[in-house]
Design a binder for this molecule. Structure first.
Ligand SMILES: [Zn+2]
Length: 717
């Protein structure tokens, strides 16, 4: 099946859409064959809910033979389709392909979870060996000439126009995916392409492992009480716990991950330590020596440029954007440039506000990047009378999770019930069964892995362990949300920031996109949509955090149980466009550098120098760095996933802002009719329709950029 492939060490928020091509499915018969082998990883998932992953039986040493066996089985299945003597039809070619690769899909699901959530030295060794093999395997299928001839014949047949729209779109997907992967090339070009893909796979793995090591190993040691100055109690506790885990003698430790570094930069009054923490974090992958990512990136860019040329595109960016909503790099650049200018102007105002406070305090400093979060917090307090630390006691992780469930009930008619009868891969993981509130019918499972730990990559993401489909029988989905909250003391409520609450709802939006899926073919299921469309459903969900229904019932004080005061909510709302200059510029700088790197063609690039030069040309404010500097840009260099695609978050946000106005223009955030249209044309359709058409049907017109500008507080022209 075409969806997804290796859901592995991916820095983006949806693991399942990341790879363009590759896992393929096996028939149901072959499941019986695999069940007889001794390797439990290749066996069909057993147990309740149509089977669940046997996480309690996973041994890393079983992964390699399981992957090898599953790839071999998959190739045999595909060859059978390619060699079918009957004339090619939708049923014997396209639908048949949808039935291949089931075993591999299950094994790569486990493999992906171990890469993202459970990495270890043993696993990393396996990864280094297996990633190029998986890349070569994918090429063997897309380069199978007899198979492509059959797919092409169905695509060009008169039969096609008589198929259902979903079948026609599936046929189109297979055809374009094969062509995009080089199916039409001659043999020498195919051979070169496959060599490039295998070399890229090796480089991606090295890039990710270097980044993971730079996040896991270095840390900031807080030696004395004075080093904790300014930190709120929750951060002090977390730092103490981290020091204990790392067995350091000081009073605390700050891990080199976003979720630990950013609060430190926000609250520490020790400017010298802020600078240290900042430099540690922004230099991940950029410290020279064995873990430096610059040479790897340079080679990745060259190989991508060469591959694009082989495939008939001027650059990697043109190849990547050809099959998504934006269609061309020019259209994506146009949107980014339109937003860049007002965002930079806003940063100037934000910095002026901060400088004023620093001057009034006689700090005798010029705002530097390690001061931005610290002083913007002071501006927030001064301008909006809003202290994030006053908000935090109302934001309990578990209460907000209940709030998300409640929203899912209101908008999608889902009910969540915790279950304990399924295995998990770590004691911190919990599972809920999702059912339809009215009929009680089983919808799917939602796994939740909330806490940071060594071996888990940073950030937050959604993963889909099994996609919904109705090809031969009803198969329900299994999705998961993953984040890196700091666990804190046993039995104590985990308090999170407002931004973290937004991220929590965001990832849950991806999960709801998967859970709402109602399609026949697995390749078109759930979140397997265009890269610049997939963030739209998740970004949309973010709006519901600040709806009264959630705030009054679920944003309750962890000690008193009192709901968050209305006056505080009003202040949060008033401050909603606060700091948008900063967040837009740090994001857009990354998105623009990503696009420019991939429009640069085959010139040899020194990433550090290129980044510097490009930012200077853009007029990047000196007080801000890219959200993801090139040497740590996992979205772009841990795989092909978001390469020339980081703009997607902005593209989707245009849809998101415009779509939310459909609710506010109607009866508000819980308007049943708008929610129904949202489910019908956006959340349930997967990739069975063109996303632009789906959006038009939901909204009654094309999206407009004005809502986005308004949402960020930028002038609307
Ligand atoms: Zn996302």
């Amino acid at each position: 099946m075409f969806k997804t492939g290796k859901r592995r060490h991916v820095a983006a928020c949806v693991l399942s859409v990341v790879l363009a091509a590759t896992a393929f499915m096996t028939t149901f018969n072959s499941e019986n064959v695999s069940a007889q082998t001794t390797n439990l990883l290749t066996a069909a998932w057993a147990g309740p809910y149509g089977g669940v992953p046997a996480f309690d039986k996973v041994r890393v040493s079983d992964l390699e033979p399981a992957l090898e066996a599953a790839m071999a089985e998959n190739l045999a299945q595909v060859e059978k389709i390619a060699d079918d003597p009957a004339p090619p039809t939708f049923a014997n070619t396209i639908a048949a392909m949808e039935r291949t690769g089931r075993t591999l899909d299950r094994v790569t699901t486990i493999y992906g979870i171990w890469a993202a959530n459970m990495s270890s030295p043993e696993f990393r060794q396996l990864e280094t060996e297996m990633d190029p093999k998986l890349a070569a395997f994918a090429d063997k299928i897309t380069q199978n000439t007899a198979l492509f001839k059959r797919i092409e014949a169905v695509y060009n047949s008169t039969e096609k126009s008589k198929l259902t729209p979903e079948k026609q779109r599936l046929t189109w997907r297979y055809y374009t995916n094969f062509v995009r992967a080089g199916a039409k090339l001659d043999l020498p070009a195919k051979t070169r392409l496959s060599a490039i893909n295998q070399q890229l796979a090796k480089l991606f793995t090295r890039f990710s492992q270097n980044l993971l090591a730079d996040e896991n190993e270095p840390f900031l040691e807080l030696k004395t009480e004075a080093d904790l100055a300014g930190l709120p109690q929750s951060e002090r506790d977390a730092a103490a716990a981290e020091a204990k885990t790392r067995k350091v003698s000081g009073v605390g430790a700050i891990a080199n991950t976003r979720s630990s570094i950013e609060p430190f930069l926000t609250y520490s009054t020790r400017r010298d330590l802020r600078e240290k923490a900042f430099k540690l974090f922004v230099n991940r992958g950029d410290n020279g020596g064995a873990r430096d990512n610059n040479a790897i990136i340079s080679e990745i860019l060259q190989l991508r440029a060469e591959r694009a040329k082989l495939l008939g595109f001027p650059t990697h960016a043109h190849w990547r954007l050809d099959n998504v909503m934006a269609k061309t790099p020019e259209r994506a650049m146009q949107l980014m440039e339109a937003v860049w200018k007002p965002a930079v102007e806003r940063v100037r105002e934000e910095v002026a506000d901060m400088q004023k406070i620093a001057d009034a305090e006689k700090a005798g400093i010029k705002i530097e990047p390690w001061d931005y979060r610290f002083y913007s917090e002071k501006v927030r307090k001064a301008k909006y009378d809003l202290d994030q630390n006053e908000v935090k006691p109302y934001l309990q992780l578990e209460k907000l999770r209940e709030g998300m469930f409640w929203v899912a009930g209101e908008l999608f008619n889902f009910n969540f019930k915790q279950v304990t009868n399924v295995p998990v891969f770590h004691a911190d993981v919990r599972v809920w069964e999702v059912t339809d509130k009215t009929s009680g019918k089983h919808v799917g499972l939602w796994y939740f892995d909330p806490y940071a730990r060594i071996g888990k990559r940073s950030g937050a993401w959604m993963n889909s362990y099994r996609t919904q489909e109705k090809l031969d029988r009803d198969i329900t989905t299994i999705v998961s949300n993953n984040s890196n909250f700091v666990k804190g003391k046993p039995g104590e409520a985990v308090l999170i920031s407002w931004d973290d609450a937004i991220t929590l709802f965001h990832e849950f939006g991806h999960a709801l996109h998967g859970l709402s899926s109602n399609v026949k073919y697995p390749t078109l299921s759930g979140t397997a949509v265009a890269r610049d469309y997939v963030e739209f459903p998740s970004q949309l969900l973010e709006h519901w955090v600040s709806t009264p229904g959630v705030l009054q019932k679920f944003a309750v004080h962890y000690k008193t149980g009192e709901p968050i005061p209305q006056a505080m909510v009003d202040r949060i709302k008033k401050a909603s466009t606060f700091n948008q200059g900063f967040s837009t510029v740090e994001y857009l700088a990354s998105a623009l550098v990503d696009m420019k790197l991939h429009l640069a063609g085959s010139q040899k690039i020194d990433p550090d120098a290129y980044e510097k030069k490009t930012l200077a040309e853009l007029g990047m404010p000196s007080e801000i760095v890219m959200r993801h500097r090139t040497p740590q840009f996992g979205h772009v260099f841990a795989n092909d996933g978001y390469s020339a695609g980081y703009y997607s978050y902005l593209w989707s946000d245009v849809l998101n802002a415009d779509a939310y106005e459909a609710f506010t223009e109607a009866g508000g955030p819980y308007d049943k009719k708008v929610a129904e249209r949202l489910k019908k044309y956006v959340f349930s359709v997967g990739n069975t329709i063109d996303p632009a058409d789906g959006y038009r049907q939901f909204r009654g017109r094309d999206p407009k950029v004005e809502a986005l500008m308004k949402k960020r507080g930028f002038p609307v022209k």
